[in-house]
Structure formats: C-alpha cells, structure tokens
Design a protein around this ligand. Sequence first.
Ligand code: SF4
Length: 343
Amino acid sequence: MPRIPPKDGVRRSPLQDNPVVGHKRVLLAAPRGYCAGVDRAVVAVERALERYGAPVYVRKQIVHNIHVVTELEARGAIFVDEVDEVPEGAHVVFSAHGVSPMVVSEASDRGLHAIDATCPLVTKVHREAVRFARDDYEILLIGHDGHEEVEGTAGHAPDRVTIVNSPDEADSVHVNDPSRVVWLSQTTLSVDETMETVRRLRARFPELQDPPSDDICYATQNRQVAIKKVAREADLVIVVGSANSSNSVRLVEVALEHGAKAAYRVDYADEVRQEWLDGVATVGVTSGASVPEVLVRQVLTDLAAAGYGEVEEVRTAEEDLVFSLPKELRQDTTGRRGGRVRS
Ligand code: SF4
C-alpha cells in the first residue's frame, strides 16, 4: 500500500533531532519530479479507467514508480508483463517507456484496444532508429540492456541495433562498416557518462554520426543539472524514486560525482535512516521524473521534525511542457496541467 500521510495528518516522523555542528537546512532541487511524459501516461490510465471502467490493463509499469502503480491498481488498473496476459478485446495501455512494433502487432492480433502512452520523446528516438536503419546505418544504442525503453527502441530496427551499456563497452563493440555508424541513446541516462561513451566510440569510429537532436530528454537533463548544483553544498542527498527508475538512480550517481558526501534513493520517507543524518548540516533533496510531489513533501516533513525545517529551493530551469493525451483518448485534447502543449 502507498505510504502517504493519513488524511487526519497524524503521523509521527521516525527521525529525531540530532546535534550537528553547523546550520541545518535543506536544499530542494528544482526541477524535480513529474515530467511531461509521465504526467501524460498517468493521466492516460486515469482517463481510460473513467471512460471504459475497470479493469484497464497496462503493459509493464506505466511509469517506474511503485507508489503510482499501487494507486492505479487500487483504482482498477491491472499491470501485466506481456499482451498475451490481456483478455481478448480488452483495453490495454502501453507504458511511457514505449514498445516495439512486435508488441503493437501482438495486441492487434488479440483484438485489444490499445492506448499508446509512449512518451513522445521516446517516440522521437524510435523514429530516428527507423530512419537510420532505412538509410543503412548501424545504430549503436547507448542504454541499459533489458530496460523496457531500450527493448522498445531496439525493436524498431532489430537487425541494425547494437546496445552499448557503458563507456567500457564502447572499447569493444564491433561494427561492420565504421563509415556508416550512428549513436542514439536511452532518454534517461547520465549526460556525463553518455558523453564519455560517445567520446570513446568516436575515438574508434571517427565518422560516428550524432543523433539529429539530444536523445537524453529535457527532464532528465534538467534534474541532473539541478542536483549537480545542490550536491556541491550537500553533506547528504536524498533522491526520491524507485529502484527501477533509471533517471532516479542516475540522480544518486550524479550527486555523488558532484560533491555530495553521501546520497541515497528512497521510495518513501520512512526509508530515510536516522544514521544518515549524523553530522549532516545540509541535506539535498530531489526526485526522479516519475515521482509525485506528495512523496517529496513527506520527506521534507520528516526532515523538519529532525531539525531541518529551513528549506531553500535551488532552481536551475523552468519547465512548462505538456503533451497532449494519446490520440485514442483525445476527446479533450490536453494533458492535466497548464503550459505549452505538444503532440
Ligand atoms: Fe519522456 Fe523524459 Fe519523462 Fe521519459 S523522463 S517520460 S523521455 S519526458
């Protein structure tokens, strides 16, 4: 069950005030939390439940956050691994991470009513893969083997894609024709590590082509820039996000690489351990792109109970992007929040 504050507000923080040399404060990174693609995907499931009634099936976790998934399950969403688990003729939502054409065709073969909540920024990478494959390029896809997004993107050009998991793999990956090779990437990687992978690929393949525009999305980049600034001054960084959330895990790594003395990821506030605060004056807080703000607020409430009541927001970018809903649901044409709307 989700561990959000009870409605009567009565919840005791498990954290205690502790003596610290220095001024106790929280630096709260911004932007943090929900991105436009996650917002759209979650609203898509909510709208599908309203319109078609429960159950609505969702292939894979709609977004990588356990709280969001648990809440949607309570409202009638059923999460499955593959479309063959969905009864024929039912409604199924494809997650924000995207699917390969094979999944789309399997859903069609079963007579499913599919609602595609793939983030438009993932779809952009799919289109790049299709185009470069058609133009006879070998595609080096930088990303984590086994991640749903990587499987979906690779599935758009299965004969042309080789996955490169890390900078070290750049030193050994094989290509048939080094004069016709391009790199693409997963949207939620560490910018710095990806650039290191590209540098090492280019050292081996000087004619390596870049993607037409950044594949690492605006939300991933903005959250990394913000936590870098916070980490420089933080004794401890707490990242709210789930273990299978790539961009949340990257935020922990980026914080450690940019000066945080310690950094931990938690799903819920009650996972913050008392001993993490020993000797800590400044706590940095952020959250991954699939994390509702209520979970961050709970961490701040508990930190306040431990004496870290002073909160300073460190903002490095403004975000107002909103994606329109999947076309299958587009009776009312916009997502939930105000801002620039893109299809
Ligand atoms: Fe889209 Fe980026 Fe959000 Fe992923 S993290 S859903 S690519 S905006």
